[in-house]
Design a protein around this ligand. Structure first.
Ligand code: UD1
Length: 429
């Protein structure tokens, strides 16, 4: 087990290039199975969830290799359609294999997926959508078997689920008929998945709006004729928002490259409300806070383009040291305030009631030993450590490494004092 050791109180300054998006890379990696081929994927982040996804692809017969920053996935020899249970439970994104395996061969066996413990994470929208597309779905003791020929049709999702939109987009590719998906999520990462699918020869239109059209390619041998392609994953707006929170939380100033301001609008609006000065150009954002942080007012997490739930814990940390009262309402996941108790240990004044968290800003956060409970909550604790007086130890760094490539390297680059260390046996007891 590894931990972050952080000396707080140093303003983060400098320049940072935002890495490729976790939430694009994972469905795109699953999508490499939709069509036999050799794919060079650039800007794929080297994070725990990606490594777990690569293990799944290998178990199905794919070959994967990193050549510097390029990830090569060779899916020509994928010949299995059953994802091992042990690998399924590693990551939530394993659910995407259902769509891609169905696109490739009309059959998939998966288990209920794992991932962050941030509340009930049902997959009913995925299952209902697959059934409406014409697949037979059997669920027994957590094992999900899905088979059949997709006839396509019009499907209206009851909620714009990101994962279900992506899964159904892939499952519909091998349809005998075309598919129209309605009430889709409109996240930039879904547009990126569409970009990849088009790049490898499929016809998908409309991603980024609430209606997506998928041309069924049954019988036209797309899945058999192998191709070679390269693809660049889009930038990680959540990674960017996390570093930005660390910069403004420590009273620093930094320039972020490889980030489009328009996909970060809801986050930048809140940071500005808290007193940040934000300057943007095409692919760059610079920000700093000239005075103390102001409270965030009322912030509600919502599907894109609303404030992302994946930035909520980091915002809570900022609010803990901002002047006055801030209220955060978590509308996406039901128990996503697990980091709250750890922040309270550091001196934060936070009360939660159902979906709401009320945060009264304090002047000082204190360095303490705390524990990452999930990916974004863990990142929020690292930020808290950077903002606190004294030393903070964030245990169970693996949660953070699931979604951030070398977070400590990035923070050091900006002048922060942080080390990632393996816990000695003595420390663990
Ligand atoms: C994706 C992101 C995750 C982000 C989340 C919300 C990836 C790999 N992960 O997760 O980082 O936090 O979007 O922006 O892209 N729901 C159902 N039934 C379903 C599916 C979802 O009720 O079948 C509910 C969920 O419980 C949750 C809400 O819908 O309350 C949003 O979930 P969804 O958009 O599906 O999130 P994920 O795709 O899991």
């Amino acid at each position: 087990m590894e931990s972050y050791y952080i000396e707080g109180g140093v303003p983060l300054r400098g320049e940072y290039r935002v890495k490729g998006a976790k939430n694009s890379a994972l469905p795109i990696l699953a999508a490499t199975i939709c069509r036999a081929g050799v794919y060079e994927i650039y800007d794929c982040p080297k994070i725990g969830d990606v490594f777990a996804m690569l293990e799944i692809l290998k178990s199905l017969g794919a070959k994967t290799i990193w050549e510097d920053d390029c990830l090569i996935v060779d899916s020509r020899n994928v010949d299995d359609y059953a994802v091992p249970e042990s690998l399924m439970s590693e990551i939530r994104s394993s659910i995407f294999l259902m769509g891609s395996l169905l696109a490739r061969g009309g059959e998939a066996v998966i288990y209920r997926p794992g991932g962050c413990d941030i509340g009930r994470r049902p997959i009913d929208i995925h299952i209902a959508g697959l059934e409406q597309l014409g697949f037979e779905v059997d669920i027994l003791d957590g094992k999900i078997r899905c088979k059949g020929i997709c006839h396509g049709g019009k499907i209206t999702m009851p909620y714009p689920s990101v994962g279900a939109t992506e899964n159904l987009m892939m499952a519909a590719l091998a349809g005998k008929g075309d598919t129209i998906l309605e009430n889709c999520a409109i996240e930039p990462e879904i547009v990126d998945l569409q970009g990849f699918l088009r790049n490898i020869g499929f016809q998908v239109f409309g991603a980024g709006t609430d209606t997506i059209f998928v041309k069924g390619s049954y019988g036209n041998s797309l899945s058999k004729n192998s191709i070679e392609r390269m693809y660049f994953v889009i930038e990680d707006r959540i990674e960017a928002a996390t570093y930005m929170a660390a910069v403004i939380g420590t009273g620093g100033r930094a320039v972020f490259r490889n980030i489009r301001p328009n996909i970060m609008k809801s986050v930048l609006d809140v940071y500005e409300r808290m007193g940040a000065i934000v300057r943007t150009s095409d692919n760059m954002i610079e920000l700093w806070v000239p005075k103390d942080l102001k409270n965030a007012g009322i912030v509600v997490t919502q599907p894109y383009p609303g404030f992302p739930t994946d930035c909520q814990p980091q915002l809570m940390t900022l609010c803990a040291k901002a002047k006055g009262l801030s209220t955060i309402r978590e509308e996406i996941f039901e128990s996503r305030f697990e980091h709250k108790n750890q922040l309270i240990k550091m001196g934060a004044d936070i009360e939660t009631c159902g979906k709401n968290a009320i945060i009264r800003g304090t002047e000082i956060l204190h360095g303490r030993e705390v524990k990452a409970m999930d990916l974004r909550g863990g990142a929020a604790l690292v930020i808290a450590g950077l903002m606190a007086e004294g030393t903070t130890i964030v245990r169970d760094a693996f949660h953070v490494q699931r979604g951030y490539e070398d977070l400590e390297k990035g923070i050091k680059l900006l002048g922060g004092l942080i080390e990632r260390k393996r816990e000695s046996k003595k420390e663990k007891t």
